[in-house]
Each structure stands twice: as structure tokens, then as C-alpha cells.
Write a protein that binds this ligand. Structure first.
Ligand code: PBG
Length: 324
């Protein structure tokens, strides 16, 4: 008790503070999302996400040399003409993402390439799965087959990990089975295990042209109010064979992240999503806060809550800031 105990003793100098530091950021912690366009020499800014752009594979490969993040997460952004009711283009081995994965791996074999496995960017209606003809609802079991085909196409192209984000029940098991049957025993699965129905995805839906044409995603993504349900859902993915579990979004869900960290022995990732990025960028641009300090603090706090890795659009800047 005070006055014998004084908390300030360990905080007095920079050296003493550093010595007692429980959490630190290192460049090895970050995964950079990439939005890939079809065609050549295409580059489009995303207005809701300053500093983020969609680019075609040829330009991406040119940029690849300079990427300092150890890992990237690839999202395909097909043109409207390449979307249909059944997300047919998602499972083709010669399509957008497999092409980008091959090109990245050719240029940078050691770069860890993770691919997003979801149908919302590939369906004409923008939902994360195939719709049942009778009800118009997302048909969970019919969706599994397409997600598995997509995962196999990405694995065949050389992806190190596939990251199912459709929140379909049984998706991890279906994808693991399909990968093993296809001989892709080494392709890991990073499951978007606790993915909430969040308004913080708003800017991404502009970036990836993946907003649902009608309705919302609340019938398959987690309710923001429910932590126990999130842990239960994540542990199901663990039981189905996920190699990594992810919590998404990050900052508004740190309690879920912290609880999942103690509930599983698998590595856990957190996705600092588009809305979190946009808040930091726009507040920084308006001088409402110091963007660099706030972004570093946010990442540090996500690590402190339990994330082994952070998926963030700021990955390259954060690495720059950490390494000075
Ligand atoms: C695909 C997917 C989404 C995000 C990642 N994968 C969008 C969504 O579920 O609506 C969001 C990423 C972000 O907001 O940064 N389902």
C-alpha cells in the first residue's frame, strides 16, 4: 500500500518503462490486405480508405518487392460482368485470385500468402453464399461446396493459408476435407472464427464492391451483443480443424479476443477492419488526433488483448514506424 508502494517507480524513466514492458510490436506481427483487380495497369483509389487502392496483378507484382509485411491477405475484386448467382468465377483455377497468388509467389516465394474465401465479391446479389431458390435465403450447405472449390483453387495456386470468411456452418470442416482430398495437406486454414455483423465493414464494401444488394448479413454473422456465442462459434472452428482463429473487427471486440486467447491454444489473429482504419485516417487528417501515435497504440492494444498477428491496412506504415 501507499506510501511503501509507489507505482510511479517503474514508470520514472524511459529505460525503466521499457524494461517492464509486457507487450511489443514487431514487424513479424502484421498481415497486409491486398485488393486485386482483373486486367492490366489498373489502379483505383478507395475514397473511404485514404491510402488504400485496388490494383491489377501486374502492378501488384511490381509493388511486391517493396512489401515489408511478412504476410498478405488477398481479396479478389472481379468486375460486375464476372459475377453471377452462383459465384462461378470464384472456383476457377485460372481466375483472378489464383493468378495473383501465382504471380506473387513467383516474385516473392517467401511472402506468406493468405486468401479470403467468401462469395460476396463474386455473387451478383452480394451475399456470402448461394441463395436457395425457394426462400431466397443463403443456403448454408450448398455454399460449402463452392467455398471448398474456391479454397482448392487457391491452394493449387500456392496459397499458404486460406481464410474462410463466409460464416457458413461447417465451412472449416468442408474446406479441410476438400484440401486433404486434393493433396493440399500443407495448406493451412485461418478461420474468420468470430466474425461479427459489423457496421465497421462499410468502407470495405465500397472497396471490394461486395455490399449485399438486399438485406444484410445478420443471419450468418455474429450478433455484436454476444460474447459467449462468439467463443462457442470459434471453438467449433477449432474442432473442425482451423489452424488459426481470428476475431473481427478488432478494437470494439477486444473482450472477445482476450477470452478466445485463453480458451484456445491455437494462434489467434485480429482483423483491424476498414472502418477502424478509416476512423484513424480521417481523424488524423482532421488533426483531431495524432494518427501515428493512435495507430501504434491501437495495434499495441490489440496485441495486448491476445492477438498473435494483426491484419491491418496500416501494416506497411506500422512497420515503417516501428523500425524507424
Ligand atoms: C468478406 C469479407 C468482408 C471483410 C473481409 N472479408 C466483408 C463483409 O463481411 O461484409 C471486411 C473487411 C474490412 O472491413 O476491412 N465477407
Amino acid at each position: 500500500m501507499f506510501p511503501r508502494t509507489r507505482m510511479r517507480r517503474n514508470r520514472r524513466t524511459e529505460g525503466l518503462r521499457r524494461l517492464a514492458e509486457e507487450t511489443a510490436l514487431t514487424p513479424a506481427d502484421f498481415i497486409l490486405p491486398l485488393l486485386v483487380l482483373p486486367g492490366k495497369r489498373r489502379r483505383e483509389a478507395v475514397s473511404a480508405m485514404p491510402g488504400v487502392e485496388r490494383i491489377s496483378t501486374d502492378l501488384l507484382v511490381r509493388r511486391a518487392e517493396a512489401i515489408r509485411s511478412p504476410a498478405v491477405m488477398v481479396f479478389g475484386v472481379p468486375d460486375a460482368g464476372d459475377k453471377d448467382e452462383r459465384a462461378s468465377s470464384a472456383i476457377r483455377e485460372d481466375s483472378l485470385v489464383p493468378g495473383a497468388v501465382r504471380a506473387l509467389k513467383r516474385k516473392r516465394p517467401e511472402l506468406i500468402v493468405i486468401t479470403d474465401i467468401c462469395l460476396c465479391g463474386y455473387t451478383s446479389h452480394g451475399h456470402c453464399g448461394i441463395l436457395a431458390a425457394a426462400s431466397g435465403e443463403v443456403d448454408n450447405d450448398a455454399t460449402l461446396e463452392v467455398l471448398s472449390g474456391m479454397a482448392k483453387a487457391h491452394a493449387a495456386a500456392g496459397a499458404d493459408m486460406v481464410a474462410p470468411s463466409a460464416m457458413a456452418d461447417g465451412q472449416v470442416r468442408a474446406i479441410r476435407d476438400a484440401l486433404d482430398e486434393g493433396g493440399f495437406h500443407h495448406t493451412a486454414i485461418m478461420s474468420y472464427a468470430a466474425k461479427f455483423a459489423s457496421s465497421f465493414y462499410g468502407p470495405f464494401r465500397e472497396a471490394a464492391h461486395s455490399a449485399p444488394a438486399f438485406g444484410d448479413r445478420r443471419s450468418y454473422q455474429l450478433p455484436p451483443a454476444n460474447r459467449r456465442e462468439a467463443i462457442r462459434d470459434a471453438l467449433m472452428d477449432e474442432a473442425e480443424g482451423a489452424d488459426w482463429l481470428m476475431v473481427k473487427p478488432a478494437m470494439p471486440y477486444l473482450d472477445v479476443l482476450a477470452e478466445l486467447r485463453t480458451a484456445t491454444r491455437r494462434p489467434v489473429a485480429a482483423y483491424q477492419v476498414s472502418g477502424e482504419y478509416a476512423m484513424l485516417k480521417f481523424a488524423g487528417a482532421a488533426s483531431a488526433l495524432d494518427e501515428k501515435a493512435a495507430a501504434l497504440e491501437a495495434a499495441l492494444c490489440i496485441r495486448r488483448a491476445g492477438a498473435d498477428a494483426i491484419i491491418t491496412y496500416s501494416a506497411e506504415e506500422l512497420i515503417q514506424w516501428i523500425t524507424g
